[in-house]
Design a protein around this ligand. Structure first.
Ligand SMILES: [Zn+2]
Ligand SMILES: [Zn+2]
Length: 1014
């Protein structure tokens, strides 16, 4: 045994590829030698700058494998572009504020909602707790990034809650204010009663927000004023909105009818009579009259709940249209009754219908969506809890028709899953609808690599709704708007300095740009001298992260790094970060430009069975837990290789140690094989270089063998293809390209062709051996560099332990190497085609052999190739290699199948226009050689088991208890065998007892034999 195979120390390459141990060692190497830090120092002499801004993870959750997938893509891009010579400001960033953090702290403190929170805990302590929570998660993220090998600069991270960041975010608002794009207004917004805040329209459409819910399906009737028994028939799934009802709407162009049901007349749209009656199980009815929708306009109806909601009676005195029928085109006559009740306090279309007629909006709700005293008898009831009480009241007032339960898809809050309620509220809006054409123009120019996400992004942007940016919460960037209590004048503050200079109060030392501190500051009104108070809102957290390109940089950095070059986040960010970045950048610059050139949207990550990862299913794969026991390189390679970026990825831990391990371990073992041989022959990489298709060794020009030329040509193709696929973000195809080169081209095809040439240690063949080392060295080093972005640990390990070991003058880390470029002079497409023919024919011969159970190791006498001229020409050109690969002594090429191949001694195989025929007849010579090769293979395996390295020369090989025939056949091949297994001599023994040694049992053609080596 050699010293090295015993020794598992960190300097050498251990006999087995154990990635976890290797990664620990490399991680320490990076830290100790400050490799990441040094990598960032290249900005001064780089070939260009590629701007980057981190999509900040929200610090309210444990990093999981879905996050890791995206982070690996970012890291791949960073390492690769850096090797190409670019400078990338790959700096971290953290999204710190917003509801998710608040909700966690509320839970932690044991309070149920905002009101309890402010009463029991107080704002200052609450803010302190929010900061503690984000620091807790920050630690986990640092650990995950470190384990995963993400080379992001953590020291330069931005934090969205810091004053410096907030100030710059305010400056974007200032730009909006100056362009009249920031407005206060009453609008109907989606409101979550659980989170007690409004949501933006982007948030309402989030993946998974729509849930199957159960609601009442209610038919009710409003009596036509001044009649005894004429009613409008109406349907709703939200009975509570009858409390805020102010009008009915019909479709002006549609035909309506009066339907006689018992002693009542119901008015509804004609085309819905049958289905509605069926639904109501009413069989006896008659249509008595037909009226156009238009004619119904202006009809008054008796609102039935006036006595218990006195405010409703008051409303009638405020506007003549309250409780009358209006005509609206949005009324759908294909569902329900074609008569729609309008509650402008609870519906977007209803709201606009009231707005344009000047009808008052009745929205008697508090922050918990409970009715206020304006709702009379319903005072204090939560909106959705009022559904059945309303039904009961309608029953008492003869306004009830029927109620059932209906299951339907209804939008819920994406965070807390409460059913959303649409409410008219005072909010602040960015009127992004006014700049929509610029937004669309900018979006068209963005590179997204795949069509589907771009279409999705554009479709969403086309909605062009105003962006509701105000939130009624605590832990967020304060809206910097102060309003005069006397004259209503408004002032937007754009910096801390401006605020402190204008404050009427003395500012405490611990002042920061958060509630409650900002709320304590009042300003003096410039118009009337009155007191100005801050509007009690914080900003939508998407506005925080959307400000990042401007807010995280200084002015100078902003000029250099924005627009950024390449961003990547989950597909759900079409409505999230990709959107807010775009809108804020256009507000800031007034130009139709995005702050990013390219945005790669990733599919989401699911569990092995294709289910969404969720707390309730318990199937979330946490990054830190995963990487405690699994290799980061394997995870990285696996995730990139598994499927296209845009696909949903099913993460299956069982798959990690299969193919990905095989690929990386093949690279590892090939490198180790090369190193052992090269060191044995004292190979020095600095002595060779390639000049076109030849090799210059010191001053001697050496010709390459066809197989060498073929390998080098394939390598050039791989470099080109791989780089190209990285450029188009087809990571899975890129990884497959590398995998194919390592497993097929290098390991399965090339190495077997040259292995025997490395077997000797004769001085005459040294030049050839050195040539092979040079080829392997160049190939393996190139591949190690190509692998670096994807599997940085393994690449660094091989770089240090193989390449730097042979040439200490190399750079300190693989990351400082230049990205390989294909050399067109090494590309030889002719030889690639010839070898393709060669390998196809070889496979045919193998297939033929297999039919007759003729092992590949057994030499055979003859192969006949029946094929077109071109195929034969390629084979003839490389005949020696061909014969060696198929292990046959002679070849014959024809265009027609010869007559004599029909007999039972021949086996054949065919593919396309080629046939091969192999003679299965074996004479004593062939049999002897076959046995020798069988035995040689067993000796090789034994050498490996006992820890001999390939270069060790054995003193002797002993083989015992072969049968007499085999002993005889073998006699003339003993010398060849000795050479093949790298031994000085091979001895045969009839009985094991002839020598005293430890025998290793083996089998030859089913019979027991014994081998020993030393
Ligand atoms: Zn919610
Ligand atoms: Zn004023």
């Amino acid at each position: 045994m050699t010293a090295e195979s015993k020794d598992d120390n960190s300097l050498g390459l251990a006999a087995d590829y154990k990635p976890l141990k290797l990664e620990q060692e490399i991680r320490e190497f990076w830290i100790k030698n400050r490799i990441r830090e040094k990598l960032e120092l290249v900005e001064k002499d780089c070939k260009g700058v590629l701007g980057y801004v981190e999509g900040p993870p929200t610090l309210n959750g444990t990093p999981h494998i879905g996050h890791s997938r995206g982070r690996v893509m970012k890291d791949i891009r960073y390492r690769w572009k850096t090797m190409e010579g670019y400078y990338v400001p790959f700096w971290a960033g953290w999204d710190c504020q917003g509801l998710p953090v608040e909700l966690e702290v509320e839970k932690l403190l044991g309070v149920k909602n905002k009101r309890e929170l402010l009463e029991h805990v107080g704002m200052e302590r609450f803010i302190g707790e929010c900061k503690k929570v984000i620091l807790k998660y920050h630690k986990m993220w640092l650990e995950a990034d470190s384990r995963l090998g993400v080379f992001i600069n953590q020291e330069k991270a931005y934090w969205t809650y810091l004053d410096e960041y907030i100030e710059r975010e305010w400056q974007i608002l200032k730009r909006a204010w100056d362009q009249n794009l920031l407005e206060e207004g009453h609008y109907v917004v989606a409101y979550c009663p659980g989170c007690q805040t409004s949501l933006s329209s982007a948030e309402v459409g989030y993946e998974g927000s729509y849930k199957q819910v159960e609601d009442p399906s209610l038919y009710f009737k409003f009596k036509v004023a001044g009649t005894q028994n004429e009613f409008f028939l109406v349907w709703t799934t939200m009975p509570f909105t009858i409390i805020t009802d102010t009008m009915l709407a019909v479709q002006p162009e549609a035909e309506y009818v009066k339907v006689q049901v018992a002693d009542e007349t119901w008015i509804m749209v004609k085309q819905r009579v049958e289905p509605v009656m069926q639904d109501l199980k009413i069989t006896k009815y008659t249509v008595t009259d037909t009226i156009r929708g238009k004619e119904l306009e202006g009809t008054r109806y008796e609102y039935p709940l006036k006595d218990i909601i006195p405010k409703q009676a008051e409303l009638e005195t405020q506007h003549p249209l309250v409780h009358t029928v209006i005509g609206e085109d949005f009324v759908d006559v294909d569902t329900a009754t074609g008569v729609v009740h309008l509650a402008p306090g609870n519906g977007e279309e209803d709201f606009w219908a009231a707005q344009k007629r000047g009808v008052p909006v009745f929205a008697p709700y508090d922050d918990e969506v409970k009715f206020t005293k304006d709702a009379g008898a319903f005072n204090g009831v939560f909106a959705r809890d009022a559904d059945y009480p309303v039904v009961e009241e309608l029953r008492n007032k003869n306004a009830f028709v029927a109620v059932k339960k209906v299951k339907h898809e209804y939008p819920t809050c994406w965070r807390s899953h409460h059913k959303l309620v649409w409410l008219a509220r005072k909010e602040y809006f960015l009127r992004t609808d006014k700049i929509n054409s610029k937004v669309l123009e900018a979006a068209e120019k963005i590179e997204t690599y795949f069509d589907e996400p771009k279409n999705r992004f554009l479709a969403f942007l086309k909605e062009g709704k105003p962006w509701c940016i105000s939130r009624e919460r605590v832990w967020g960037t304060p809206l910097p708007m102060w309003t005069c209590q006397k004259c209503g004048a408004k002032r937007l503050i754009a910096s801390k300095k401006e605020l402190l200079a204008s404050a009427q109060e003395t500012v405490p030392i611990d002042f920061e740009l958060h509630k409650p501190w900002v709320d304590n500051i009042t300003l003096k009104c410039g118009e009337c001298g009155g007191d100005m108070h801050r509007e009690d809102y914080v900003l939508d957290t998407w506005h925080n992260s959307g400000a990042a390109p401007y807010a995280r940089f200084t002015d100078e950095e902003y000029k250099r790094y924005v627009p950024t070059d390449f961003l990547t986040e989950g597909i759900d960010q079409t409505r999230g970060w990709a959107n807010s970045l775009l809108l804020e950048h256009i507000i800031l610059t007034e130009k139709p430009e995005a702050p990013y050139r390219a945005f790669l949207f990733q599919g989401l990550t699911q569990d092995a069975k294709g289910r969404k990862m969720s707390k309730s299913l318990g199937n979330i794969v946490e990054t830190n837990k995963l990487l405690e026991k699994n290799s980061a390189d394997l995870c990285r390679f696996y995730m990139m290789r598994k499927c296209p970026v845009i696909d949903f990825m099913n993460f299956d831990m069982q798959e990690l140690n299969k193919r990905p391990y095989q690929v990386l371990s093949t690279l590892y073992h090939l490198s180790r094989f090369f190193l052992q041989n090269a060191e044995f022959d004292h190979f020095q990489p600095e002595r060779y270089r390639f000049t076109g298709n030849k090799i210059l060794w010191d001053r001697t020009l050496i010709e390459l063998q066809p197989a060498d030329k073929w390998l080098l040509s394939k390598l050039q193709e791989t470099i080109e293809e791989y780089t190209q696929r990285l450029e188009t973000s087809e990571f899975n195809v890129a990884m497959a390209t590398l995998e194919n080169f390592i497993i097929e081209t290098l390991s399965r095809l090339y190495v077997p062709m040259i292995r025997k040439e490395l077997w000797t240690d004769e001085p005459e063949t040294l030049e050839r051996r050195q040539t092979i080392y040079a080829i392997l060295h160049y190939t393996l080093k190139t591949v190690t560099l190509l692998f670096n972005p994807a599997t940085p640990y393994l690449s660094e390990a091989l770089y240090q332990k193989v390449h730097k070991k042979l040439n200490p003058k190399l750079a300190e880390s693989v990351n400082f190497e230049s990205w390989p470029e294909p050399d067109p002079k090494m590309r030889d497409k002719t030889i690639e085609h010839e070898f393709e023919t060669l390998f196809t024919t070889v496979s045919l011969v193998y297939a033929a052999r297999q039919q007759a159970k003729l092992k590949r190791r057994w030499p055979l006498g003859k192969v006949i190739v029946v094929a077109p001229e071109k195929t034969a020409a390629s084979l003839k050109k490389h005949e020696a290699l061909f014969l060696e690969l198929v292990n046959v002594k002679a070849a014959e090429y024809t265009r027609e199948v010869p007559d004599y191949v029909g007999g039972e001694n021949w086996v054949s195989a065919t593919e396309g226009d080629a046939y091969v025929f192999v003679s299965g007849k074996r004479d004593d010579k062939l049999l002897g050689e076959g046995i020798m090769r069988d035995l040689a293979r067993r000796v090789q395996a034994l050498r490996k088991d006992l820890g001999y390295v390939p270069t060790d020369v054995l003193d002797a090989v002993h083989i015992a208890e072969l049968d007499d025939d085999s002993m005889e056949l073998l006699q003339s091949y003993l010398e060849e065998m000795a050479e093949l297994v790298r031994a000085k001599k091979v001895y045969l023994h009839t009985k094991r007892t002839e020598i005293d040694t430890e025998w290793h049992e083996s089998k030859l053609d089913g019979k027991r034999i014994y081998i020993t080596i030393h």
